[in-house]
Design a protein around this ligand. Structure first.
Ligand code: GLN
Length: 488
């Protein structure tokens, strides 16, 4: 048995019984990284030495009977969360040398729970994309088919979990970036409620939408990870000052009588037949377990992609104004020795940002500029309210909503890279959830004829991750999709 193939809860038992040592888990993780990382390319930075130091502390904690939730568990972190003195690039050349002087709240909490950081994972530059092809460094490959994308933007995190190069990972989700790659890589990904997890130290993309969450091998591990990172943080005023339950407590509870909404707008033309078939059989399965499917309508779904790409780009254009070559990161070197400050800014930003990031800064700046603000940003906010009301109305009648996570399974590298609109449309089922601020998970629910994983999305009410976990766990326990591993 290879220890890197186990889950958090399995390892917890072996570690606490002192049958294995944290160092041995790490040895197997590194054996795996050495064997497959050249092909998959999940990581931007691998923190091997620091990890072995953390493993020593973990071993001591276990010997002292002071083990916590994640003591000795190797976890990968998306490279847009600040880790003190460890490179944090956002997969952007503009931050190629940035070592934060402080630690994000989520990684601080993981530390308090005894985790071992395996490294920082690849993403689309500043989390803008759905394939990791927008990374300023390299493209991550899908462990199920190396010619295909792992999804994005948390593609490195999802691929590293699917390839057993870590036990669990953190991702961030602004419009689907945890759930879509989890779906395409055949693992579990949860976007918590907006406000559930502190974003202090998460490099901001679109602040009214960004949320951090876990990517794991099963539902139990997602609940454990959320236990570790959730809760109010005085350093993030958007984190909600409300109680955090123990999310593992609902696992195994009855789902009989739970009403699951099936939005008719989410079964659209153009969706892969295999995806639709898998999702429809998953709904049948849930019904056989006692859940009650109810057809519902989310009438403003058709406006979600346009609304998102106005609001997210507007917020990004403002958030990314700070990268100017002065305080940190890349600065263009002077050609003539005579550039003034404005030229230095312009050269730094032209050379430091990639194409997609520049496209979004331009779109967002346009949408916010005088004379256009009312027509675009303000309108976008109004439509966002309508989308949120769609969910409020639906949740009067149902407990959770079930949809596909993505309209297709993993697509080929290069297939959509030159067509931003096609790429944006691949987020069609995940974006509304961020606009409404509600939580949602993606769990494996089948495979296509080409042996590519398909994901089922379960959406809950604000701060009701528990109903999501309950349903997801019941489904997972009665199926075997989550047990399949890619052969690399
Ligand atoms: N794919 C979406 C985008 O490109 C969502 C990204 C995300 O959730 N970070 O903006």
């Amino acid at each position: 048995m290879k220890l890197n193939e186990l889950t958090i809860s399995e390892l917890r038992r072996f570690l606490d019984n002192r049958e294995i040592k944290p160092r041995e888990v790490l040895d197997d993780i590194h054996g795996r990284i050495d064997a497959v990382e050249d092909k998959v390319k999940s990581y931007i930075t691998i923190t091997k030495d620091a990890a072995y130091e953390m493993a020593k502390d973990a071993e001591q904690a276990i010997l002292d009977n002071k083990a916590s939730l994640l003591t000795g568990i190797p976890v990968a972190v998306k490279d847009n969360m600040c880790t003190k003195d460890i490179l944090t690039t956002c997969a952007s050349k503009i931050l190629h040398n940035f070592k934060p002087p402080y630690e994000s709240t989520v990684t601080t909490r993981l530390k308090e729970q005894g985790y071992i950081l395996t490294g920082k994972t690849n993403l689309d530059e500043f989390a803008m994309g759905s394939s990791t092809e927008n990374s300023g460094f390299h493209t991550t490959r899908n462990p199920w088919d190396l010619e295909r994308v792992p999804g994005g933007s948390s593609g490195g995190s999802a691929a590293s979990v699917a390839a057993d190069e870590c036990i669990a990972a953190l991702g961030s989700d602004t419009g689907g970036s945890i759930r879509q790659p989890a779906s395409l890589c055949g693992v579990v990904g949860l976007k918590p409620t907006y406000g559930r997890v502190s974003r202090f130290g998460l490099v901001a993309f679109a602040s009214s939408l960004d949320q951090i969450g876990p990517i794991t091998k099963n539902v139990t591990d997602a609940a454990i990870m959320l236990n570790a990172i959730a809760g109010h943080d005085p350093k993030d005023s958007t984190s909600a000052p409300i109680d955090v339950p123990d999310f593992t407590e609902v696992l195994g509870q009855e789902i009989k009588g739970l009403k699951i909404g099936i939005p008719k707008e989410y079964f659209i033309e153009g969706m892969d037949k295999d995806v639709e078939d898998s999702v429809r059989s998953a709904i049948k399965k849930l019904e056989s377990l006692g859940a009650i499917p109810v057809e519902i309508s989310l009438p403003h779904t058709g406006y979600a992609v346009a609304t998102y790409y106005i609001l997210a780009t507007s917020e990004a254009s403002s958030n990314l104004a700070r990268y100017d070559g002065v305080k940190y990161g890349f600065r263009s070197s002077s050609q003539s020795g005579k550039e003034d400050l404005l030229e230095m800014y312009m050269n730094t930003r032209s050379q430091g940002f990639g194409t997609e990031v520049k496209r979004r800064i331009m779109l967002g700046t346009y949408a916010l500029s005088a004379g256009y603000y009312e027509a675009y940003y303000k309108k976008g906010q109004q439509v966002r309210t309508l989308i949120k009301q769609d969910f409020d109305n639906a949740f009067k009648d149902v407990d959770v909503i079930v949809t596909p996570t993505s309209p297709s399974a993993a697509f080929k590298i290069g297939e959509k890279a030159t067509d931003p609109l096609q790429m944006y449309l691949s987020d069609i089922f995940t974006i509304s959830v961020n606009l409404a601020g509600v939580p949602a998970i993606s769990i494996p629910c089948g495979f296509t004829k080409d042996n590519l994983p398909v994901g089922l999305q379960i959406i809950g009410r604000h701060f009701d991750e528990e109903s999501i976990f309950k349903l997801a766990y019941a489904y997972e326990q009665s199926t075997e999709w989550h047990l399949r591993r890619p052969s690399l």
